[in-house]
Design a protein around this ligand. Structure first.
Ligand code: DX5
Ligand code: ZN
Length: 221
């Protein structure tokens, strides 16, 4: 798939040298930076906010920053992330009182908008809002932590969302997040994903370029 986007999740990076880590994965062939925002409320973990996004931009990161908001309520943090340099902003429908309104808010701030489906969230949540989206993010783990095992039912769900996107005929990206490794990314791509988040598989590897190259080869196979 020539269209393949690899988005390392910095959740598994060394936060003591985050700028260098992001430079290293981009130099190793990554396309986007996946930026996991957790609030110890919507999910049981606490991570990073707009200040860190802005710091990466000031450091010189020019790659798209793919912000995955796991915060509730979600609307009030969106303008801050847009101002901090986010390129795409995705959110969970369970964290928004008005999903369509939140999508419009993201787009009005000049960012691309994504909706995130948890493993138990039905694909029907995309009804009526899919045409407004730039990206659908399917979780293949429950949100909150890196390093969890891929939930196999995500493959069938990918196929169902891929069908919906293809039927609509719009260039909406289909991103998968959680437990993505070089040895399962081929099956994940075959099920319809075109955008791949990987945290532990990349940042825990001794050679970032090697693992990203292997992932691309598996997607293309
Ligand atoms: C989980 C996060 C993921 C996570 C992926 O809530 O959204 O982005 O960092 O990590 P791995 O690839 O290790 O499953
Ligand atoms: Zn994520």
């Amino acid at each position: 798939m020539s269209n393949c986007i690899i988005a390392p999740s910095i959740l598994s990076a060394n936060f003591a040298k985050l700028g260098e880590e992001v430079d290293a994965v981009i130099a190793a062939g990554a396309d986007w930076v996946h930026f996991d925002v957790m609030d110890n409320h919507y999910v049981p973990n606490l991570t990073i906010g707009p200040l860190v996004c802005e710091a990466l931009r000031k450091h010189g990161v020019t790659a798209p920053i793919d912000v995955h908001l796991m915060v509730k309520p979600v609307d009030r943090i969106i303008p801050d992330f847009a101002a901090a340099g986010a390129s795409l902003i995705s959110f969970h429908p369970e964290a928004s009182e008005h999903v369509h309104r939140t999508v419009q808010l993201i787009k009005a701030q000049g960012c691309q908008a994504g909706l995130v489906l948890n493993p138990a969230t039905p694909v029907e949540v995309l009804d009526y809002v899919l045409p407004e989206l730039d990206l659908v993010l399917l979780m293949s783990v429950n949100p909150g932590f890196g390093g969890q095992a891929f939930i196999p039912s995500a493959l069938d769900k990918l196929k169902r969302v891929r069908e919906r996107i293809d039927t609509l005929g719009k260039p909406i990206r289909l991103e998968i997040d959680g437990g993505v490794k070089a040895d399962n990314i081929g099956a994940i791509a075959a099920a319809g994903a075109d955008t791949f988040v990987a945290g532990s598989a990349i940042f825990n590897a001794p050679d970032y370029r090697d693992v990203i190259t292997r992932m691309r080869a598996e997607v293309a196979a």
